[in-house]
Design a protein around this ligand. Sequence first.
Ligand SMILES: Nc1ncnc2c1ncn2[C@@H]1O[C@H](COP(=O)(O)OP(=O)(O)OP(=O)(O)O)[C@@H](O)[C@H]1O
Ligand SMILES: [Mg+2]
Length: 256
Amino acid sequence: MKSHTAPDFSETVIGVEHVSVRYLIPRERVGSLKEYAIRKIQRRIFNDEFWALKDVSFEIKRGEIFGVIGANGAGKSTLLKLMARIMRPSAGRVWVKGRVAPLLAMGAGFHPELSGRENVFLNGTLLGYSEKQIRERFDCIVEFAELQDFIDAPIRTYSSGMLARLGFAVATDQKPDILIVDEALAVGDTAFQQKSLNRIREFQQTGTTTLYVSHALGEVEKTCKRAAWLHHGKLMFIGDAQEAVDRYLNRKPVAK
Ligand SMILES: Nc1ncnc2c1ncn2[C@@H]1O[C@H](COP(=O)(O)OP(=O)(O)OP(=O)(O)O)[C@@H](O)[C@H]1O
Ligand SMILES: [Mg+2]
């Protein structure tokens, strides 16, 4: 029996509970694996620790387009990687309901020497599609990316905007439950950005939740209802997107 129930927009689909992330930064360069192994046995590996996220908690409901803003190094990409299950928190818990399509740093999941065509298959497989599914959807993906003329060239010859187009087109060809967009649209031209945001809004109507990291604060205000502002790994504000942007901007030192 097929169910046609409308998406439940009141359901929480992402939970971030007291999450902290610690990165270990090696204090000295170790030249080879052999040297590393010897030093490890001798307990002579020294790391500095850096907390990229500090006790962050919030929840996101189904169908939200949720913005994440903050200065370079604030912890935004780290937060998204947790939700994409690319890494685990050092403390706390992150849970996510449904299929996640992560669109992380530009070109992630692409191989520079392979052609656009081959990369669609590679990237699609990483996203969990079968080869048959990708073959069936291939033309639509390339058409959305508007890369018909370049699809057989190696992607090291692509511009950053072309890479972003291909990445977005593959990741959003099938409607995910949760779409993660980390700055991926920033390098696309205005027409492509609008086309992508329209697709995100269409998905929203049918219950897809989108996490949208961007330095384009105007777009965040326009597209997101709620947003989080991160500052040095701490959650400074979560709530109305316009207020988040205002608060973020006003905390910046006054230009001299
Ligand atoms: N693998 C890593 N090892 C050590 N430190 C890291 C690692 N990845 C990130 N960091 C540090 O964690 C902090 C947060 O990085 P993150 O990439 O989450 O920032 P961001 O908010 O996405 O910044 P941007 O706006 O520049 O993309 C930075 O200070 C960065 O140097
Ligand atoms: Mg980032």
